[in-house]
Design a protein around this ligand. Structure first.
Ligand code: ADP
Ligand code: MG
Length: 379
């Protein structure tokens, strides 16, 4: 058990790291963040910010000697860095779980090995695989790089056979998967926390809407039937157990028009679709990350109110600073900004959560508020 007063290390200092850091410091822990960005959103709240690369030997040694345990806010940390730290102190989730989650090929194979369903896919390592892929997967399909993809990046739509080879080359001829394009009924996700002793708490299943490959809105609880909810929760639990996972795990699902439930991908950390837990659950996903990292059971994860979370992207600055006062007029609206200076299009700058009893009304109000945030300069 790692008690308050101890020091926790964090690899990556973006918004997920920032919310972890706030949770940890609130509970009395010190936090050392490793992130090469001088303007790291998490660094601003950390006890110390090591501004260095993720494979910087001196920085890793500093973490290994000064911290009592280390976690990560993203999966693209070099495996060797995690393994190095793990020789000295606990790394949770484990380097091996992160290794699987960061690679679509390993991830999908593991999911299938555990008896769980995924989208139909075919692995493409080089040009000779292209033809076989077209035989295996009917078009339209999506070509995705095995690693480093996020927010829809590293993906190309393949509508006819002649597009596959150019798409593969455009993605750099690196390991990819060709994935059948699913006619989606909806997308849902389950975020859970699992302790080192195997205690699991799952958060209410979220229904997720994406725009241009980036999460736009999460609705909790998801408006799907009880049977799908139960099945998704069970699949997420099986995944966590089979991986002997410790920490917060997010599992994204596709639901097709025949109610087939497929795991799309997993994230070995708190997740954008779990941000609603900050304002609508007894324990939020970042508190769960602290608790499980420190060897404790996850806290009770009950949903206290229906909630809708809306991402605030840099695009909302198109007409100037968003009209934050609009949001504060709603007592059930909660604003979270990540302290990023440059509002680039597609960049996640913050989110807001709207809570209330009537989910249908929340969804409508959330959409209205998002529009109202864009300031129209009359001058
Ligand atoms: P990322 O790592 O960028 O989140 P995903 O594989 O989750 O990548 O894809 C992002 C979004 O693109 C998904 O949430 C979904 O809306 C859409 N998408 C991805 N793969 C498929 C697919 N096979 N069929 C239909 N939609 C898809
Ligand atoms: Mg995704």
């Amino acid at each position: 058990m790692i008690l308050p007063g101890a020091t926790l290390g964090l690899l990556g200092g973006g918004q997920l790291g920032r919310m972890f850091t706030v949770a940890a410091r609130t509970m009395g822990y010190e936090v050392i963040v490793l992130d090469p960005d001088t303007d790291s959103p998490a660094g601003a709240f950390a006890t110390k910010h090591l501004c260095a690369a993720y494979d910087d030997k001196a920085a890793l040694l500093h973490l290994a000697t000064e911290c009592d345990a280390v976690t990560t806010e993203f999966e693209n940390v070099p495996a060797t860095s995690l393994e190095f730290i793990a020789q000295h102190i606990p790394v949770r989730p484990s380097a091996s779980a992160i290794h699987i989650a960061r690679d679509r090929i390993l991830e999908k194979q593991a999911i299938r090995d555990f008896g769980l369903d995924t989208v139909d896919y075919y692995v493409i390592e080089n040009d000779t695989d292209l033809e076989n892929a077209l035989e295996a997967i009917s078009l339209p399909a999506l070509l995705k790089t095995a690693t480093m993809g996020y927010d829809g990046k590293g993906q190309k739509v393949v509508s006819n056979a002649s597009e596959l080879a150019p798409a593969f080359h455009q993605l750099g001829s690196i390991s990819c998967i060709l994935e059948k394009f699913i006619e989606l009924s909806c997308e849902v996700s389950v975020v859970l926390a699992r302790s080192i002793c195997g205690h699991i708490e799952t958060f209410a299943i979220a229904e997720n809407k994406h725009a241009d490959g980036i999460l736009d809105v999460s609705i909790a609880p998801a408006r799907v039937n009880q049977e799908i909810t139960a099945r998704a929760e069970k699949m997420a639990r099986i995944l966590a157990e089979k991986l002997d996972y410790c920490g917060v795990l997010a599992v994204e699902f596709f639901v097709d028009v025949n109610d087939r439930l497929m795991i799309n991908e997993m994230a070995p950390r708190p997740h954008n679709t779990g941000h609603y837990t900050l304002d609508a659950c007894l324990t939020d996903q970042f508190q769960q990350q602290v608790r499980t990292l420190c060897g404790f059971k996850p806290g009770k994860s009950d949903l206290t109110t229906p909630a809708v979370m809306v991402n605030i992207l840099g695009d909302l600055w198109s007409e100037g600073t968003p009209a934050w006062d609009t949001l504060f007029k709603y007592p059930g609206a909660f604003l979270h900004l990540y302290g990023k200076k440059e509002p680039r299009p597609g960049r996640k700058m913050g989110h807001f959560t709207l809570v209330g009893d009537d989910l249908k009304k929340l969804v409508e109000t959330a959409a209205m508020l998002k529009k109202a945030l864009i300031q129209i300069n009359n001058g």
